[in-house]
Design a protein around this ligand. Structure first.
Ligand SMILES: [Cu+2]
Length: 96
């Protein structure tokens, strides 16, 4: 089982807030760690409201992690910034 990193880059004037990368593909059982490098607060909110626990990235340096054990697509967004969307795709764990 692996960990995959997604960051919220420090916001650049004139550019939208974003997740980087916006889409990741992981294997079932892997953990995604989101890190807030920005000075604004952000959230990691599942689009359907419940497919995984919502995370808060309140301060610069804050992290949120979630282990995804079930295959599927998990689109998410930030409650504070309409430009911020992302997706975690979980594929079956490889044998061996
Ligand atoms: Cu945000």
């Amino acid at each position: 089982m692996a960990t995959v990193n997604v960051k919220v880059p420090l916001h650049q004037s004139g550019q939208p807030h974003r997740f980087d990368p916006e889409e990741v593909t992981i294997q079932a059982g892997d953990t995604v760690i989101w890190t807030n490098e920005d000075t604004s607060s952000h959230t990691v909110s599942p689009e359907d409201g419940s497919s995984f626990p919502e995370g808060s990235l309140d301060t610069q340096g804050a992290t949120y992690s979630n282990q995804f054990s079930t295959e599927g697509e998990y689109p998410y967004f930030c409650q504070f910034h309409g430009s911020m969307t992302g997706k975690v795709t979980v594929v079956p764990a490889s044998a061996g």
